[in-house]
Design a protein around this ligand. Structure first.
Ligand code: SF4
Length: 362
């Protein structure tokens, strides 16, 4: 997705409201704050216990604090490391957010997608991205910085609060390559999966990677049943090198082995994301290479719609060609889904986030 500034959006927008994040105060600073508000010393421990619980996103949840103290804290502090700076609302009900990090004012994007009373959230793991995929607007702007686990988790919190709905699933498919920020990504997954009223099951937490093999292998050994998606986009090495230059050093043969190993270890089926691009990866040799890559392995292919970027020669394949690719894969026994683009009114020029989100069936 493209990095933006708050004034650049379309659709509805709301102004940023930034206050200090109470979670970022040290023990001493917190004690000073509570002291200044007239709270007794034992309140420090009580507040710290609440702050240690990631699902606590509201001062009202701190039920053992006096109401006046909760209100005083809420007037002065936030519990989130990110705040909504702008919102775009799609005709289909999904909302894309530009959020601002409290620590340094960095902007990232996240998306909320409601469906039949369920809410899926797509989060960014980095501000910008160093991977430079040819079809992605975010890749054009380079990497600003990696996000902290808290900043990743708090994107979920602000979307949840904005919709007022329980979050049923989270996909790590926004800006950035999650496995280039592995520790924070895993910490965020674990916070979201931690027991509590807002816990999200591991199988409903999905990480999408370009194919960083050492991290795929590491991920396959994590004890939780988190879900893995791979941005594949071509099973021909030269094509993939051109589309996704940063993963050139992780060749398809080794990626295939790593994915087989992942499936064997976890008994889980990785998803392959594939955006058919006219004349690039939709030719017969390309499709046959994709079939060869998939046949006999545990996988599901999602054919997603390429978001055209201004000035890019890459165009989405015609619908008939996409259907033909699906038919060929299914004849070979490879389960394949065509994901129709939605929310294009809020996704224009913002890379692949929407398509990849839907590509996971959310
Ligand atoms: S597709 Fe993902 S990994 Fe590639 S440049 Fe865009 S954000 Fe980065």
């Amino acid at each position: 997705m493209a990095n933006e500034n708050p004034s650049g959006g379309t659709g509805s927008a709301q102004g940023a409201h930034m206050v200090s994040n109470l979670r970022e105060l040290s023990h001493e600073e917190l004690a000073d704050v509570l002291g200044e508000l007239g709270a007794q010393a034992f309140r420090v421990k009580q507040v710290e216990e609440w702050l240690a619980r990631p699902e606590v996103q509201s001062f009202d949840a701190m039920t053992n604090l006096p109401k006046a103290l909760r209100e005083a804290l809420a007037e002065r502090y936030s519990l989130s490391s990110v705040a909504i700076a702008a919102t775009r609302v799609s005709k289909d009900g999904s909302r894309k957010y530009l959020v601002k990090c409290a620590s340094d004012g960095t902007y990232v994007e996240c998306v909320g997608l409601p469906s039949s009373g369920r809410l899926s959230v797509c989060v960014s793991t980095q501000a910008g991205c160093a991977m430079g995929c040819a079809f992605c607007a975010t890749g054009r702007s380079g990497l600003s910085r990696s996000l902290t686990a808290r900043e990743i988790v708090d994107q979920v919190g602000v979307v949840r609060a904005d919709f007022g709905l329980r979050v049923s699933s989270v996909v790590f498919m926004g800006q950035g390559e999650p496995f280039a920020n592995y520790d924070a990504t895993l910490a965020a997954l674990r916070i979201l999966n931690a027991p509590g009223p807002k816990t999200i099951g591991a199988r409903h937490l999905t990480v999408s990677t370009c194919g960083i093999i050492p991290r795929i292998r590491q991920f396959s050994k994590e004890p939780e049943q988190f879900t893995l998606a791979i941005s594949l986009h071509s099973a021909v090495q030269a094509t993939r090198n051109a589309l996704m230059p940063a993963v050139r050093k992780y060749p398809l043969t080794r990626l295939h082995e790593a994915l087989q190993d992942y499936a064997w270890r976890t008994h889980r089926r990785p998803t392959y994301e594939f955006a058919p691009i006219e004349g690039v990866n939709d030719t017969t040799p390309e499709v046959e290479a994709l079939v060869d890559f998939c046949v006999g392995t545990l996988c599901h292919v999602n054919l997603i719609h390429l978001n055209e970027l201004e000035g890019s020669p890459l165009k989405p394949s015609p619908a008939a060609r996409v259907r033909a690719i699906q038919a060929r894969l299914e004849r070979a026994g490879v389960e394949t889904t065509i994901r129709e683009p939605r929310g294009q009114d809020i996704e224009a020029a913002c890379g692949q986030l929407r398509q990849r989100l839907e590509g996971m069936g959310f």
